[in-house]
Design a protein around this ligand. Sequence first.
Ligand code: T1G
Length: 678
Amino acid sequence: MGETVTVSVDNGIAIVTIANPPVNALGRAVRQDLDAAADRIASDGDIRAAIIRADGGTFPAGADIAEFPDVPAPLHGDVFDKIEALHKPVVAAIHGTALGGGLELALACHFRVAAEGAKMGLPEVQLGLLPGARGTQRLPRLIGAEAALGMMLTGKPIDAAKALKAGLIDELVPATELDDKAFEMATALMAKDGPLPRASQDSEWTRKDRDDPQLFDRVKDAHGRLFRGVIAPDAILTCVKAAVELPFDKGAEVEASEFARLLSSDQSRALIHVFFAMRETAKVPGIGRETPLIDIKSVGIIGAGTMGGGIAMCFANAGIPVKLVEVKAEALERGLGVIRKNYENTAKKGRLTDDQVESLMNSIAGTLDMEDLSDVDLVIEAVFESMEIKEKVFTRLDSIAKQGAILASNTSFLDINHIAAMTSRPEMVLGLHFFSPANVMPLLEVVRGDKSSDSVIATGMKLGKTLRKTPVLAGVCDGFIANRLMFPYMVASQQMLLRGTPMQDIDAAMKQYGFAMGPIALLDLIGLDVIDFPGEITMTGELVKAERRGQKLNGGFYDYDEKRRGTPAPAALEIIEKVRAAHGIETAPPLQADEILTGLLYPVVNEGARILEEGIALRAGDIDVTAILGYNWPSYQGGPMCWADIHGLDRIVSGLEKMDVQPAPLLAEKAASGGSFT
Ligand code: T1G
């Protein structure tokens, strides 16, 4: 065998061990070795049964995603078919997370034993793919088409106990007994005659599913929202229909052709990019395991408003005690009240017990005295976005916080270097930019000041993980990455309104692209008094003057009914007209959906290129991650930079030039040289 798979023989049992850290991905070498192991099991007369197991933290967690879109021979499905076709019993010993091709390998074995706590799933749909190694054919025959589709369409794993109940595994044992149990099963099976169970054979389920004409409609009704905008779910449905209606080998042909189609799709290219980009953001050049981290055992938060309260919840949820500072008692009470209400709402949904609510609340201590922050390891300022106020806070904080404490600002765009200069310890200052609501949004921008030390940055990045968020390192500029990136998107949508394209057309075009809501509706949701557009002609100022602040107060561009459904507001249409007249803006024929899309997204790509060439973001993938996690950019579009590569950089450059917008040098250079961002 090669170095990724070893075979030892013990009392006639071949123990096939996969060792390909970190997740035993089924890369080409592993497939070749497994193929050779199957040949040896077949031909070696001393071998009468086999066990397939894995070293490290998990049974194979799938194909090697880094290989895609190429999948060199031997193909996963062919290797697995060879294993299943063996006339000697093969037992899969599953621990960790047997996902994708890993579960498909286990399905090709004749018996499966899992360790308690193990999980099994087919998450390919999250990569814009489908189980392409016979999973769409074997799983329905083993657990029924409906249960199989539930796993494949959601991509969510099930735990071993549920798998046992569903008939996906045969035995469930404590993790410490997994290998022994597998050996015991293989030994017992060696002595048995008769045909081996093969999940490729039609089963009771096949007959039942064939006689259930409503099955697929039922599944589509139950999981309809998973089909919106993406192509993989329909392909999965096609394959499972083939599994129910056709012989295994014919169904396998359908799966192979659907898999190949998805593998070459833009959506799987985008989703695979996002998979790796989400993991790349934590990697900061020059900062590694050897960078000393600062231990954060307690945190102080200044400001108990929406942001401060949400941030306090993040730390309480991570088991880090919080001191929450306000200047006025009623503001503190209000802030603590909102936190409690949030937790109580979660408890009402059954996700927290009352005791847990109390213990979480007890870990957040309110105080009116900033001096109380003298012993915390980290202070996060979340006061009003005024530099004057922040200057005062950090000047005072510098004299209160203990030596070695990190001082962070949650500012969404103010200059961290200026804030750091208010202290005697600029090396201990950074930005920790949470997105609202902080206890929900998964993005954390870690803003590096010119003097922020490596330890402080490393600690900030690690804190992202501790708080179960995705940390992205940002340089200092107005809006850092996400807000700066999407600012042109918001501005362009306002300009389209002024030139006569209806708001509902603009929003519909962007919903069609995959956003949950368009830019105009998004402004109403965020609040028209929250985002400033310095130097730009927009309607938000006039709407706020008319006491229309968006969904939170009197509606904004839209009027909202009790179900928060928006209709263009006559008051807003008047204001658009008024602003248009005041600036002598000529209307033009309303833009079509494709013109709206390019008119809004090209400026975003251009800003992304600038963010990259200025070194504000480390990677194009980081920019995509902030758009997806901070602004709900549809992940199957890959984020602005990946989308730009797929769409065509040269098209974007010529489109920008038609808009009289100067393409960023990096964008123009990549377009000219046939380069790409991702
Ligand atoms: N291929 C390649 N690299 C992978 C990988 C994979 N399948 N899974 C993880 N990695 C890398 C990851 O990039 C990171 O690298 C490191 O391993 C740790 O990952 C034919 C077509 C298993 C639950 O979709 O869900 O099989 O950043 O940080 O939090 O039908 O990784 O350290 O350099 O996520 O402990 C289907 C994807 C593939 C599973 C572990 N399988 N992986 O989570 O660690 S398609 C998947 C995960 C397929 C077949 C089809 C998670 C995990 P680095 P991590 P973790």
